[in-house]
Design a protein around this ligand. Structure first.
Ligand code: PLP
Length: 840
């Protein structure tokens, strides 16, 4: 590739052998001082705290760097098999605190900074979140990488380095306003640019079939418009084990100096503009969660990711094994995080055939034994389809290959079900019609040796609903891998006081074996232990309140903190929560307050900028909050907040301070959920439907420690046929009162009619989310919540038992299952001269 970066001088070992860095506070303090004063060139006249943070990040980064190189060397020398995790999203959040935790440097670094009178926590907050994802899917990828490094598995993440991540959310008159997230503006100490591994990516053009001189032909993709992919590597440290894995993110750049010769003389500005168009590919993350738009730039992004990653992997293969691909399938796995990277299938075929000379059968043998697909949703609006016309003009060679894959696949279907043309049409990778489409999920299933759902119910619905035809053809491909979250970030780091209490009580083995939390159950019976647990919760609630101190409204930490934070989506039913808030407000107004439990309802989450219904729901929540919070009658009884700009760092403060976790989606719609797991781990009790991983949470914790309500998935499907929300409203006086408050404009007195679309959808017999159907059950269950909360000893016992039962929801467990059933990788311990850290 760009020869300017490729050097043929091998650095001598005298240069590359480095003594291990000191891990104590003297050494850290000295390095820190050096970075601040020499590398950054700052002194006492420095007016920006940013450099104090940056010097800290560089000090920690050095300690990662030596472990990173030795991990890579260990993988290289062991000739191990590897998994490549392909994802369009990585919602990493901040890196510094995580790196210090995993390196075991927290206490020493704290001590080092104290020498200079600096506060570590304050500096750590200066880091911008890496918000390269929308929600659950992107955060799952980040948690997976943490667990892979902790389990010492050779798993490399591949993704895109978006210049602008998830937008920053602000409110204007209660409406969401999106502000650009220029997270790289102040520089990013956690990435290492690797221009020497730049790849060239083709778009457009046409294909040419040429004689290969051996009686066959080879296809050439010509007249393409090329873009360069430059990799940036991010270190992913394992927990206390010396391993540092890699996340490689691609940035789009124009080809060398943009070919001036291609343009007519005098068209210099146009040629510079062309450079811009190339770099647009990785400019911005599409802010849609569980919703597909079909935008061409998005398809470009997807292919850019898969082609760059595959070329990178094949380059390394050829360096190690030459042009011999006989062991490629055995040594490589591609795990697709949803269908977004599915172009990996035709692209791997293309590279093996057109660039490396393999025949179709060999190329297909390799492809179909290396690709594994994770499905994340059953929602039809989220299933990816691309118009054949767009696909063909952007990626002509790939479309040819997809047609060939489909032709061969449909022969197999016809052999299995002779004459069943309906089934062939249903299963075809190409959806025929006026505007034919490529169905990415079908392509992924046909080419994959493994197809997994992300919770038991979700996998069952995949097998017997959405993908039933495929399940009948290939039952052995389908399997379940219930999601998890990493207990390092989501307990040890975000809730240090609770982590300390747990370690003091049961030892520190839980950080890498979360099932050990079960031992806490015994202590739930100890009143002293419960008192300590409760006092930690109060401190965490104070910290959470500080997040919105600017509102200047007083809330006592004895209020029940009732929390729903997640993307705003109709299926997640923030509206059901609003109906309950209005019901509580109505009870206050009419003086029905016997045994009242003061409650603070906290809602947070972003809406996709083009999802007007979700944005209207945000406006409704803000209006309801405004009315409730300014009503003196509700003052000591109910508070409602919409916290702006939900993200990973916000969640790290929110989940330790929650009492009640709202997981109230329409049953059958939430594939798994992972927010539910973070809350449970931190001792919140769930109010939830039998949906996604809620079902497994209930199984682990038991009925008596979970507030279950609502229709089950099969009941939801049955109810659709005779759903009559207006009759339900007419038959429920309290619901009638709630609807009346909404419909009389109580929450929009000076904005008449703005919520009509919401009211129509609630009253529609075609409301897909059946919000009204679950109202009564939800309200009654919320009453039981309040009663339980009044008995604080009882509530604390439930909270402890929730944490104790959360062991199954560690991504360490999830990743062990992926590895045992799909990847089959060997653990490769890192070796580091002078390292005192041992494997878990
Ligand atoms: C965990 C997490 C999510 C996923 O939340 P769900 O409740 O499972 O939808 C989304 N966004 C962020 C920032 C998270 O940390």
């Amino acid at each position: 590739m760009p020869t300017r970066y490729v050097c043929n001088i091998i650095p001598p070992s005298k240069l590359t052998e480095l003594p291990p860095l000191s891990m104590d506070r003297e050494g850290l303090a000295n390095d820190y001082k050096g970075y601040f004063g020499r590398f950054l060139g700052r002194d006492e006249s420095c007016v920006s705290k940013h450099y104090l943070y940056f010097a800290l990040a560089l000090t920690i980064r050095d300690r990662l760097m030596e472990r990173w190189k030795s991990t890579n060397r260990a993988y290289d020398e062991s000739n191990c098999s590897r998994t490549y995790y392909l994802s369009m999203e990585y919602l990493l959040g901040r890196c510094l605190g995580n790196a210090m935790l995993n390196l075991g440097l927290e206490d020493e670094m704290n001590g080092a900074l104290e020498k200079y009178g600096l506060n570590l926590e304050e500096l750590a907050e200066l880091e911008h979140d890496a918000g390269l994802g929308n929600g659950g899917l992107g955060r799952l990828a980040a948690c997976f990488l943490d667990s892979c490094a902790t389990l010492q598995l050779p798993v490399i993440g591949y993704g895109l380095r978006y210049e602008y991540g998830m937008f920053r959310q602000e409110f204007n008159n209660g409406y969401q306003v999106e502000e650009p997230d220029h997270w790289l503006r102040d520089g990013n100490p956690w990435e290492l640019e690797r221009p020497e591994y730049t790849q060239r990516i083709k778009f457009g053009g046409r294909t040419e079939h040429v004689d290969d001189g051996h009686g066959g032909w080879r296809v050439r993709w010509v007249d393409s418009h090329d873009v360069l992919a430059v990799p940036y590597d991010i270190p992913i440290p394992g927990y206390h084990n010396g391993t540092v894995n890699t996340l490689r993110l691609w940035k789009a750049e124009a080809t060398d100096v943009f070919d001036l010769g291609e343009f007519n003389a005098g068209r210099y500005p146009e040629s510079v503009a062309a450079k811009n168009a190339a770099e647009n590919i990785t400019m911005v993350l599409y802010p849609n969660d569980a919703m597909e738009l079909g935008k061409e730039t998005r398809l470009r992004q997807q292919y850019f990711l898969t082609s760059a990653s595959l070329q990178d992997i094949l380059r390394d293969w050829v360096r190690r094994y030459g042009e011999d691909f006989s062991q490629f399938a055995e040594k490589n796995r591609f795990q697709l995080n949803d269908t977004h990277p599915t172009s990996v299938v035709p692209e791997l075929m293309r590279l093996l055939m057109d660039e490396h000379g393999l025949g179709w059968d060999k190329a297909w043998e390799i492809t179909s034994h290396t690709v594994a697909y994770t499905n994340h949703t059953l929602l039809p609006e989220a299933l990816e389809k691309w118009p054949v016309s767009m696909f063909g003009s952007l990626l002509p060679r790939l479309l040819e290959i997809i047609y060939e894959i489909n032709a061969r696949f449909l022969i197999e279907v016809a052999r299995c079900w002779p004459g069943d043309t309906d089934r062939q049409a249903r299963m075809s990778i190409i959806e025929e019609g006026e505007n034919p489409q490529v169905r990415m999920a079908h392509l992924a299933i046909v080419a994959s040796f493994s197809v997994n759902g992300v919770a038991a119910l979700h996998t069952r619905l995949l097998k017997h609903g959405l993908f039933h035809d495929f399940y009948q053809l290939w039952p052995q491909k389908f399997n379940n891998k219930t999601n998890g979250v990493t207990p390092r970030r989501w307990l040890a780091k975000c809730n240090p006081d609770l982590a300390h209490l747990i370690t003091e009580t049961i030892g520190d083995g839980w950080t890498t074996d979360l099932s050990q939390l079960r031992r806490l159950s015994l202590h739930a019976e100890n009143p002293e232990f419960r008192a300590r647990w409760r006092s930690i919760k109060h401190v965490n609630k104070k910290r959470l309140l500080a997040l919105k101190a600017q509102h200047g409204i007083q809330i006592d930490t004895h209020f029940l903190f009732d929390v729903q934070v997640k993307r705003i989506h109709e299926y997640k039913r923030q509206l059901l929560n609003v109906l309950h808030i209005i019901h509580l407000y109505d009870r206050i107004k009419r003086g029905d307050m016997e045994g009242w439990v003061p409650r603070c309802v906290l809602i947070s989450g972003k809406a996709a900028p083009g999802y007007w219904m979700a944005k209207l729901i945000i406006k409704l929540i803000n209006n309801v909050a405004d009315v409730v919070n300014h009503d003196p009658k509700a003052d000591e009884a109910l508070k409602v907040f919409f916290l702006p700009n939900y993200g990973v760092s916000a969640m790290e403060i929110i989940c330790p301070g929650a009492d009640l976790s709202e997981q109230i989606s329409t049953a059958g719609k939430e594939a798994s959920g992972t927010g539910n797991m973070k809350f449970m781990m931190n001792g919140a009790i769930t109010i939830g439907t039998l949906d996604g991983a809620n079902i497994e949470i209930l199984e682990e914790v038991g009925n008596e420690n979970f507030f279950l309500f609502g229709l089950k998935a099969e009941e939801v499907e049955a109810a659709r046929h005779h759903y009559d929300p207006n009759a339900i409203i007419a038959g429920d006086e309290e619901l009638q009162r709630v609807m009346h408050l909404l419909e009389c404009g109580h929450f929009n007195q000076f904005e008449p009619g703005i919520f009509d679309p919401i009211l129509h959808s609630l009253r529609s017999p075609h409301d897909p989310w059946l919000t009204i159907a679950d109202f009564r059950s939800y309200i009654d269950t919320q009453r039981r919540v309040a009663e339980a909360y009044r008995d604080q000893e009882h509530w604390t016992r439930m909270a402890i038992l929730n944490t104790a039962a959360s062991g199954r929801f560690s991504t360490d467990r999830t990743i062990k299952e992926y590895n045992a059933d799909i990847w089959k990788l060997e653990q490769i311990p890192a070796y580091l001269a002078g390292s005192t850290q041992s494997s878990p």
